[in-house]
Design a protein. Structure first.
Length: 62
C-alpha cells in the first residue's frame, strides 16, 4: 500500500508540474535562429546527376 501511495504521489506531482511548466508557449526564433538557417541553406543548388547515378546501394558494395 505504501508503494501505491508513493507511485500515485509521484505521478500526481509529475502531472501537476507538466501542466504548469509544459504549457509554455514555444517561440520558433528562440530555437531556430537566423544563423542556423543560414548554415542549413545550400550554397549551390545544382544537382550532379552523374554523381548520383554513379552511387551504388549499400547492399551491392561487396
Amino acid at each position: 500500500m505504501k508503494r501505491l501511495f508513493i507511485t500515485s504521489l509521484f505521478f500526481t506531482l509529475a502531472t501537476f508540474l507538466w501542466l504548469i511548466l509544459g504549457n509554455q508557449a514555444v517561440n520558433r526564433d528562440k530555437y531556430i535562429t537566423q544563423n542556423i538557417l543560414d548554415m542549413s541553406r545550400p550554397l549551390d543548388v545544382t544537382i550532379d546527376i552523374e554523381f548520383l547515378h554513379s552511387l551504388k546501394p549499400a547492399y551491392e558494395q561487396r
